[in-house]
Design a protein around this ligand. Structure first.
Ligand code: ADP
Length: 445
């Protein structure tokens, strides 16, 4: 359990405990996604483009050469192993590199190439002979800023004249000290201080402004206001770019305040479906029986890789230990781990070093491991009110139409309540979940 801040503590920071918890999860999730996406995610969906001026021709590129990048940058791009622009980059890059500069709001799921796109745009716009801040990028957390900074350093590897500064907590500069670096990446609070109170950056000289992870950013009121205050200090002709993985109404409203006259690019995420999944449930009386049933399933069918979901860290820890005693090579993903530790575990599992991954609900969001053929809900996903969490169920079990292989999902039921959740899930997806007799497992092989 996460410690709840006291009532006075909340009043002092101005956040409700709910906001704090939510933000931490969203930011941590986003960071984890960045760390585990070592290549582009697959997508067959078409990019939707809305141009500010519908009469101007729509350019898209199929190669990086067409962008007429500086050689040093093209070299950096190829050195990162990129062969051609990703789906979203095909449209976003020509827009971002156009003259005169165009504003852009872009939305696509994590891992589709947004960061690489705006990093390339920033690097292209910089004039390295000018020793002042020209491109400003804000990210929701310290860790996310560092992660993006790494991409800037990597892509700019052959362009050493361009320098990068981190406007993050702990990086103390004196009032009035003038920044020589052309690109600044930071968090809203520190960036705001550097632009206003400390006058380390002259906002009037910024020509590209990037707001990354808008959906994570607005999860706290403070960041939203700070971002808007930063944006207000920038010159009118500054290029404004905003990126987000999701696009709820609140994100959209925020985006429109930060980016005037935008072009808009959206890439729908691949729909998940339960169509190629065989779903079953097993009746048990307690967690020991659930464990026995799990062992029976393992004994009866060949499982390449499985993910097992538990409700609490305690159950997850217990189950991982029991499975290990049975001789399984088990990885455990748990809430008290740092994002780095989690990323390492997911990477190892992806490489097949472990065959079973036991995880709690919170840790598992957003993780796609395509080769996993069996998913066990040791506990069914439910929301904080104890109702079925259909979205999480779909995300755990579901496969994206074209890339998904067939799969097997087994739900462990040990109470009236969990049976109830199962029924809600059946009803929601209008799909029957069959009972499985774990003493006779011929039918699932
Ligand atoms: P996002 O910001 O949308 O999460 P990233 O820009 O971080 O996506 O890209 C996800 C992963 O794909 C990263 O590992 C990145 O290096 C890689 N990548 C980005 N663009 C390309 C490309 N054009 N070709 C190959 N890999 C790419």
């Amino acid at each position: 359990l996460r410690a709840q801040p006291t009532a006075t503590g909340c009043r002092r920071t101005g956040h409700s405990p709910v906001t704090l918890v939510f933000l931490e999860d969203k930011a941590a999730q986003s960071l984890l996604n960045k760390m585990i996406h070592t290549s582009l995610v697959n997508t067959t969906n078409q990019v939707e483009v809305l141009q500010r001026d519908p009469n101007s021709p729509l350019y898209s590129v199929k190669t990086f050469e067409e962008l007429r990048l500086k050689d040093k940058l093209l070299k950096g791009v190829y050195d990162m192993g990129f062969n051609r622009p990703s789906k979203i980059q095909e449209n976003a890059l020509p827009m971002m590199l156009a003259e005169p500069p165009q504003n852009l709001i872009a939305q696509s799921q994590s891992g589709t190439g947004k960061t690489a796109a705006f990093v390339l745009a920033m690097l292209s716009h910089v004039d390295p002979t000018n020793k002042w801040a020209q491109c400003l990028c804000i990210a929701p957390t310290y860790e996310l800023a560092l992660q993006t900074g790494k991409v800037i350093e990597q892509m700019g590897k052959f362009y050493p004249e361009v320098k990068l500064a981190y406007a993050i907590r702990g990086n103390k500069l004196d009032r009035g000290a003038k920044l020589q670096e052309q690109i600044v990446i930071g968090t809203p609070g520190t960036v705001l201080d550097w632009c206003s109170k400390l006058k380390i950056i002259n906002p009037k000289k910024i020509s590209v402004f990037v707001l990354d992870e808008a959906d994570v950013m607005i999860a706290t009121q403070g960041h939203q206001d700070q971002s808007i205050r930063i944006q207000r200090m920038l010159p009118k002709e500054c290029q404004m770019l905003l990126f987000s993985a999701t696009f709820e109404d609140s994100v959209w409203k925020f985006a429109e305040r930060v980016v005037p006259d935008p072009n808009i690019i959206k890439l729908k995420r691949e729909e998940e479906t339960l169509d190629t999944i065989k779903q079953y449930y097993v009746l048990c009386s307690d967690k020991e029986e659930k464990f026995t049933a799990l062992c029976n399933i393992y004994g009866a069918i060949t499982i390449a890789q499985a993910m097992i979901f538990c409700h609490t860290r305690r159950t997850a820890g217990w189950l991982a230990a029991e499975l290990t005693k049975e001789g399984h090579v088990v990885a455990l993903l748990s809430g008290e781990m740092t994002v780095e530790q989690r990323a390492t575990i997911i990477e190892r599992f992806r490489e097949g070093k472990e065959k079973v991954l036991v995880t709690t609900n919170v840790c598992s969001r957003g993780i796609d491991v395509e080769q996993v053929s069996v998913v066990i809900n040791f506990d069914l996903p439910m929301d904080k009110d104890g109702n079925a969490d259909n979205e999480t169920y779909l995300h755990r079990i579901g496969r994206t139409g074209r890339f998904g292989k067939r799969g097997l999902a087994v739900n462990m039921i040990d109470s009236k309540h969990s049976m109830n959740i199962l029924n809600q899930i059946e009803e929601h997806f209008n799909k029957k979940i069959n009972k499985l007799d774990t003493d006779d497992l011929d039918e699932i092989e």
